[in-house]
Design a protein around this ligand. Structure first.
Ligand code: CTP
Ligand code: C5P
Length: 371
């Protein structure tokens, strides 16, 4: 047993290993890391290179540098291992001093259809957590490719969504993968509580307020929140509602609905609190209610409110408004552009992934039935 784990001859803490692509990091990834962290003391996350992902799954949407940074930004992550191998071996667990590996209850396969966790499963060094239904990179890419707003109306139009989605992906709607097939995400107060710190500001804390859409939470948002967080002690993020975001972004924005955006932002290590559906203008009431010391915005353009007024008029009048340069030019629109530009490649990747999962499901069913 490695030295670091021994204290008076007894094992002192548990190091947990997770690995994955973490492409277009979403709250499903964050929720798996949250559950994994709860199984031990320190969480070490291995992230695959672009080359490995392209080989086994198809091209990632984000570069490895962007993906490493995004995983480091998740509040349950203690260490990131860059360029972790696609197949998890006992050597990898030992090299990083990890007791066991944790993965969601879906199947990950190599390009040759082999379970990437078979070795650690056989060695009894594998634990499973519940995959978050209704969110996946595949689904988000699908939303961008379809350019629909159906995810705003989940529940009411589920049948149409499934039909539209399956016909575009060239699949029969009765044969959807239970893992990445487009299912509905059901936000609950429990999930919000699990993601939230639940800590009020301490007396004397300098309170920072930022507001925005934070749609498809990305590295630009992360760099911005880090800069904003450096301005004080307690960071509150006001999230605009879907109709408000749609008013100023147009088209089918936001890609993620308010509940989904809340969880993505809450998973960020710089965020203390989220306002679920903040007013577009930063009002006197809001500033007083949250005892805001400073309002921060990035260098992206700001549209006037419906009454033609600057939404930051009040904090500016108080001399409590600052802008920061995130140093990152990523935007939600750029992500959508990346997807649209590589539309055929991503469509093919989505179809391939779901087909691989359906084949695996069939094999598992046959095995269960004794064939
Ligand atoms: N995960 C999860 N819930 C989701 C999506 C992913 O719990 N909705 C978990 C996976 O089970 C895995 C980890 O997140 O343990 C990393 O997953 P990753 O390798 O990035 O790939 P995918 O499972 O393919 O994620 P996605 O379908 O979103 O691409
Ligand atoms: O565009 P959105 O409303 O999601 O932006 C939220 C906040 O993040 C804004 O303050 C915006 O200026 C900032 N941001 C940034 N750098 C980026 C993207 C967003 O500073 N690349």
């Amino acid at each position: 047993m490695p030295e670091s784990k021994l204290q008076n001859g007894h094992k002192s803490y548990t190091r947990v290993w997770c690995d994955g692509c973490y492409d277009m990091v979403h709250f499903g990834h964050a929720n798996s890391l949250r559950q994994a962290k709860a199984l031990g003391d320190r969480l070490i996350v291995g992230v695959h290179t672009d080359e490995e992902i392209t080989k086994h799954k198809g091209p990632p949407v984000f570069t490895e540098e962007e993906r490493y940074k995004m995983v480091r930004g998740i509040k349950w992550v203690d260490e990131v291992v860059e360029g972790a191998p696609y197949v998890t071996t006992l050597e990898t667990l030992d090299k990083y001093d990890c007791d066991f590996c944790v993965h969601g209850d879906d199947i990950t396969m190599t390009a040759d259809g082999i379970d990437t966790y078979q070795i650690v499963k056989d060695a009894g060094r594998y634990r499973e957590v519940q995959r978050t239904a209704g969110v996946s990179t595949t689904d988000l890419v699908g939303r961008m490719l379809l350019l629909t707003r159906n995810h705003f109306r989940q529940g009411q139009y589920e049948y149409h969504v499934a039909k539209e989605h399956s016909s575009t992906m060239g699949q029969d709607s009765s044969a959807r993968s239970p893992w990445t097939g487009c299912s509905q995400f059901l936000p609950t107060t429990q999930k919000i509580i699990q993601f939230s710190d639940g800590k009020p500001p301490k007396p004397g804390d300098r309170i920072i307020y930022v507001a925005g859409a934070f749609d498809l939470f990305h590295v630009g948002h992360l760099d911005f929140l880090e800069k904003a967080w450096e301005k004080g002690d307690y960071l509150i993020v006001g999230l605009h509602t879907d109709p408000v975001v749609n008013r100023y972004k147009g088209s089918n924005y936001p890609i993620m609905n308010l509940h989904e955006r809340v969880l993505s932002v809450l998973a960020c290590k710089y965020v203390s609190e989220v306002v679920i559906g903040a007013p577009y203008s930063v009002t006197k009431d809001l500033m007083e209610h949250f005892k805001v010391d400073i309002v921060v915005h990035g260098e992206t353009p700001v549209m006037n409110d419906e009454d033609g007024e600057d939404p930051f008029k009040y904090p500016k009048y108080l001399g409590k408004f600052v802008t920061v340069d995130s140093g990152n030019d990523m935007t939600t629109e750029k992500i959508v552009d990346r997807i649209i530009r590589n539309r055929l490649e991503f469509e093919a990747r989505n179809i391939k992934k779901e087909k691989k999962e359906l084949d695996m499901l069939k094999k598992m069913e046959l095995k269960e039935n004794g064939y």
